[in-house]
Ligand binder design. Structure first.
Ligand code: FAD
Length: 429
């Protein structure tokens, strides 16, 4: 598609988040929108996500955000005519310790107060819903019938199709290289045009939906935000006839793992200790004293090599909880970059330094969050208010200190490693 010379709103990034923002803008009647993607749609983190969507989070706003995603995804295929892979299969979260069980009971009470249907189950009841489960040593489980999973690529294409049908222009293979400002500078005031490798696009509002590249995009506008990428892995087993697509998703936070059924196989991922921040580089070049953190602009759908050793403790714990996993061979292994902030939660809100720039990036659970985040940012642009309390996700919650490469990488690796740990796991996917 030809690059327009002008658009009311430019959304940078064609992952699930950017496409959701465009879709929701169009639903609110804002159709003079251009989505600009440097590669192809989904070619950042989105295509390789496992696709689990869990709504039980530690705050009303995060829960509200993901409930809004579920509401978007449930009706999307009927609205656009494009499949999403959305399946409301339900979810189980099991407790293998008394402390975890206390945490789950607290989360269940919170979830109920946020309006979710949540049940507390005995280990035996959990096993009935998930017959492959070894329930020995379990204290109980939480069940959410309205949780589920989607196919991340199909979901994104469906959102894009809905946006396109309303008039949104989606431009692929076009990199954004900078911004022009009304004061003649590119680093302050208001952005008046987005500068791409194919030419400028004048605009009124810009959305930074560039995932793990969010900090690089912000820097082009003279803004600083704390987001980077770390490695995240999951495996897909061989198929077995008793692995039904009707199984709920399963999270065993004490084992640090999550799991979903996929075409008769099991998808098992988790939060290993000591993951890598792959693009933290030693000092050199223009920064002879400090490390550099540069996510390559031309990185696309590529993956990293599997790290078997790092995944081994998770595989062992899964084989204990789901003995079938230990009996099955691994059919494929995904190790991809996942956006991460110092607290593992996304950055959604106005840029401090630039009046007409919104950040909506840094999602560690962007498949779960995109539907609601897109709706919130679209509300903000169309009506001046996101419609949800997003104060806890304000990009300004991390000061400039956290934008320093070494601290940003370290805090992202630490936040990743403690994603399901007892003190932190309330509210993680
Ligand atoms: C192995 C793995 C499993 C995962 N499983 C789950 C899961 O089960 N559930 C879940 O909710 N999340 C999961 N995630 C996380 C999920 O993948 C991300 O949160 C989500 O894809 C982020 O979407 P996004 O649109 O923000 O980013 P992206 O998909 O990365 O999109 C950003 C886009 O911006 C483009 N871009 C960047 N810079 C520019 C520029 N200058 N000009 C133009 N375009 C630009 C990029 O090319 C990219 O396409 C998983 C991640 C991994 C790695």
């Amino acid at each position: 598609m030809a690059l327009p010379g002008r658009a009311q709103v430019v959304v940078i990034g064609g992952g699930v988040v950017g496409c959701s923002v465009a879709y929701h803008l169009a639903r609110r009647g804002v159709t003079d929108v251009a989505v600009i993607e440097q590669r192809k749609l989904t070619h950042g983190s989105t295509w390789h996500a496992a696709g689990l969507i869990g709504q039980l989070r530690g705050t009303a706003s995060l829960t509200g955000l993901i409930r809004a995603s579920v509401a978007t995804y449930a009706g999307l295929e009927a609205r656009t005519g494009y499949a999403t892979g959305w399946r409301a299969a339900g979810s189980l979260r099991v407790a293998a310790s008394e402390a975890r069980w206390a945490e789950l009971r607290r989360m269940a009470a919170l979830g109920t107060s946020f309006g979710l249907e949540v049940s507390l189950l005995s280990p035996g009841d959990a096993k009935e819903l998930f017959p492959l489960l070894n329930d020995s040593g379990l204290h109980g489980a939480v069940y959410l019938p309205s949780d589920g999973y989607a196919d991340p690529s199909q979901l994104t294409q469906s959102l894009a199709a809905g946006a396109r049908a309303a008039g949104v222009r989606i431009i692929q293979d076009c990199r954004v290289q900078g911004f022009a400002g009304s004061d003649g500078r590119t680093d302050a005031g208001r952005i008046t045009a987005v500068l791409t490798e194919r030419g400028p696009v004048e605009c009124e509002t810009v959305v930074n939906a560039t995932g793990m590249w969010g900090a690089a995009t912000a820097r082009m506008a003279g803004a600083g935000i704390a987001v980077t990428a770390v490695e995240h892995q999951y495996v897909v087993t061989e198929r077995r006839p008793d692995i039904s697509a009707d199984l709920p998703t399963l999270r065993d936070p004490d084992a640090r793992v999550y799991l979903k059924p996929e075409s008769g196989a099991l998808v098992v991922g988790g939060w290993e200790q000591g993951t890598r921040a792959p693009w933290l580089l030693p000092p050199g070049g223009a920064t002879p004293r400090t490390p550099r953190l540069e996510i390559p602009a031309d990185f696309g759908p590529e993956l990293f090599s599997p790290d078997h050793e790092r995944f081994a403790p998770l595989a062992e714990a899964t084989a204990n909880r789901i003995p079938a996993f230990g009996e099955l061979g691994i059919q494929s292994w995904i190790n991809g970059p996942i956006p991460f902030t110092p607290d593992g939660e996304p950055l959604i809100g106005r840029a401090d330094e630039v009046a007409n720039l919104f950040h909506c990036c840094g999602f560690s659970a962007g498949i779960a969050g995109a539907g609601g985040a897109g709706a919130a940012v679209a509300n903000w642009i169309a009506e001046g208010d996101p419609g949800l309390d997003l104060a806890g996700l304000d990009p300004r919650r991390f000061g400039p200190r956290y934008c320093a490469p070494d601290l940003l990488a370290k805090s992202a690796v630490d936040a990743y490693g403690s994603y399901y740990s007892l003190s932190d796991s309330e509210g993680k996917r």
